[in-house]
Design a protein around this ligand. Structure first.
Ligand SMILES: *[C@@H]1O[C@H](CO)[C@@H](O)[C@H](O)[C@H]1NC(C)=O
Ligand SMILES: *[C@@H]1O[C@H](CO)[C@@H](O)[C@H](O)[C@H]1NC(C)=O
Ligand SMILES: *[C@@H]1O[C@H](CO)[C@@H](O)[C@H](O)[C@H]1NC(C)=O
Length: 317
């Protein structure tokens, strides 16, 4: 077993340079568009001032940037999109940051690392001496992206390298479990074989947002953050989010998989669809809550007459 594992791990280096990006890119955009509607005026002020003008102050527009650089100009960030729990799905799922964060960084660590960078930027903003800064822009875009990734179950398990080498049939086509969770379940459940747009807020995701606003998911939204963001220092909250996703790897992703079945025809996808919807909603809610807190903590004491966007939306805490 061990030898096999090590050999597989060596092969993985090359496998992972294949199809590893999480939630298909435009789904990241849509998570961001949901979060755009959940942020406070302070967070909006922070985002508008830090993001490059081309994003027009929208997390949705900026949310997929991280995937565009992970294999080109920022190769070092490639592994930051996931954490590889060394567990044994479907029998035993567990995830521990200190055990499982791979060399070079992982999603749990980078949510915190990039947040620290962002906080320094926001403090400068609060003191009125912020100038456009690539590190700040990137930190905000990474945090936005990674809080999406961490809600994708396949990003929290080493098995089959996040499901990338786990072949499955879906609607008569061979694919893998990673892609299945990244998009095929969602595309089938929404009857959107072409997927979703990058540049505007899709009506289906508007509907997911409206269900957040009415608190209509199976698990109440006040249980999604799982930690007090005000005392969130460190990797504590992201680790809980990764564990939350990791549980789905056992409970459903592998636990309900039956070899030889087509995942669309067997009913696997139809039930998984409800899980995916909830994970997408959690991602948007956590992202907004996280950035709202970063803005609230670091812009505290800023002159009250500083111009802020007056839009007041729902405020996750
Ligand atoms: C994350 O931040 C810590 C502390 O600032 C630093 O030592 C570490 O190198 C960073 N890791 C990565 C992968 O950037
Ligand atoms: C399954 O494949 C068929 C044939 O290509 C296609 O018409 C149909 O839309 C697909 N269904 C889903 C849910 O993707
Ligand atoms: C599924 O079944 C095929 C053929 O029976 C076999 O080769 C493969 O190893 C099985 N996969 C798993 C994950 O059990």
């Amino acid at each position: 077993m061990r030898v096999g594992f090590v050999t597989a791990a060596l092969v993985a280096g090359s496998c992972l340079s294949g199809p590893a990006a999480a939630w298909f890119m435009t789904i990241h955009n849509q998570i961001g568009y949901m979060a755009d509607q959940l942020i406070t005026p302070q967070a909006r002020y922070m985002i508008q001032n830090i993001l490059e003008p081309e994003y027009q102050g929208s997390l949705g527009r900026a949310a997929a940037w991280a995937d565009t650089v992970s294999r080109t100009t920022a190769k070092y960030s490639y592994g930051w999109h996931w954490i590889s729990a060394r567990d044994e799905p479907p029998d035993n799922c567990n995830l521990h940051y200190h055990r499982d964060c791979q060399k070079g960084g992982c999603v749990v660590q980078q949510i915190w690392n990039q947040t620290q960078i962002l906080e320094g930027c926001v403090q400068r903003l609060a003191y009125g001496n912020y100038q456009p800064d690539v590190d700040c822009q990137q930190a905000l875009k990474w945090v936005t992206h990674f809080i999406g990734d961490i809600a994708e179950p396949m990003h929290t398990s080493l098995r089959a390298f996040g499901g990338n080498t786990f072949k499955v049939m879906f609607n008569g086509t061979e694919t893998n479990l990673h892609q299945t969770w990244d998009r095929w379940i969602l595309y089938a459940g929404t009857n959107r074989p072409e997927g979703f747009p990058a540049d505007y807020f899709d009506p289906y995701f508007q509907y997911l947002l409206s269900r957040i606003q009415r608190d209509e998911y199976r698990i109440p939204r006040d249980q999604w953050t799982m930690c007090n963001l005000e005392i969130r220092r460190g990797t504590y909250c992201p680790e809980l989010w990764a564990q939350d996703s990791n549980a789905i790897v056992c409970d459903y992703a592998y636990g309900r998989y039956e070899n030889g079945t087509d995942l669309l025809e067997s009913g696997y996808a139809a039930e998984a669809f409800h899980i995916v919807e909830l994970q997408l909603a959690k991602a948007a809610w956590r992202l907004a809550g996280w950035l709202n807190t970063v803005a609230a903590v670091n812009l505290r004491g800023m002159d009250a007459d500083t111009e802020m966007d007056p839009l007041l939306n729902q405020q996750p805490n």
